[in-house]
Design a protein around this ligand. Structure first.
Ligand code: 13P
Length: 273
């Protein structure tokens, strides 16, 4: 069934577990993620990100994901991750996404707060939940900047966001050096705000790092690189054996399902619905 972030993150916060967001770009990734959620009886957050739209258009993906979410026997949030333009973020809401991230984290604090508040006012009228980011999670060699815990309370109070993404040392995409997380900073942020916290850049973290972060207030963990690679690995293996698409497709779905299930087990979301 299609639900919003509050429906899955508030129980997760209460129960002390995390719910994964798995970004998708096509039918194989989507099928793998949904199959994992059904098999694991786990709530799931599925979607795409603005930076991924060249690989799968927003409108086309919404036609794929929305019926799948409605038909699923587990709670599914259809989430637009890292909306960096107002245009694409509003379009996602119009297309039926039940949740959006409006990411102005590369802007000065006041600007981030003002723009997110305007979007939240609009989204909440439509029953759509909103995530925003304070501090900035980088990608690859760009380490972004850490969240200032002293600004978190004002940001959440004024914007009325439903979930807050934090920057505590993770980066998006493959890690070029071993990730070192500032979990004390996470606890300081947690002490300032009571909304569910979000960890971006989940691929490449250790089981122990996930568990520690969830213990300290992370309720949503974002994953893309690991399932993207799982699909490619499955396809590559069979391609080298001379197989065609009809063999590659089920193998990619199975690879994504397995990688997604692994994460659900670590996050503790298995058997929650
Ligand atoms: P990874 O690709 O590193 O798993 O990060 C995903 C993410 O944070 C999407 O917002």
């Amino acid at each position: 069934m299609l639900v919003n972030l509050n429906d899955v993150l508030l129980p997760a916060q209460k129960g002390g577990y995390g719910v994964g967001l798995f970004n998708t770009i096509n039918a194989e990734l989507a099928a793998g993620v949904f199959a994992a959620a059904e098999a694991m009886r786990s709530p799931v957050i599925v979607g795409t990100a603005e930076v991924l739209l060249p690989f799968g258009g927003l409108e086309e993906l919404s036609y794929l994901l929305l019926p799948m979410a409605k038909r699923a026997s587990v709670p599914v949030v259809l989430h637009f991750d890292h909306g960096t333009t107002l245009e694409a973020t509003v379009k996602a809401i119009e297309l039926g996404f039940s949740s959006v991230m409006f990411d102005r984290s590369d802007r000065p604090f006041e600007e981030n707060m003002k723009e997110v508040k305007e979007l939240t006012d609009y989204a909440h009228k439509k029953g759509v939940t909103v995530e925003a980011e304070l501090g900035h999670v980088g990608t690859g060699e760009d380490y972004g900047f850490m969240t200032d815990p002293d600004t978190a309370y004002e940001f959440v109070e004024k914007t009325k966001v439903d979930a807050l993404a934090v920057s505590i040392g993770t980066v998006h995409g493959p890690y070029l050096k071993k990730p070192c997380l500032d979990v004390e900073l996470l606890s300081k942020i947690r002490a300032q705000v009571d909304v569910p916290l979000v960890l971006h850049g989940g691929s490449g973290l250790s089981d122990e790092q996930f568990r520690e972060c969830i213990k300290r207030g992370i309720c949503k963990v974002n994953i893309f690189t690991d399932i993207n690679k799982a699909a490619a690995k499955a396809a590559g293996t069979l391609y080298r054996e001379g197989c065609g698409m009809t063999d590659l497709i089920p193998a990619m779905v199975a690879g994504v399902k397995e990688a997604t299930e692994e994460k659900m087990k670590i996050f503790g979301s298995v058997g929650r619905c």
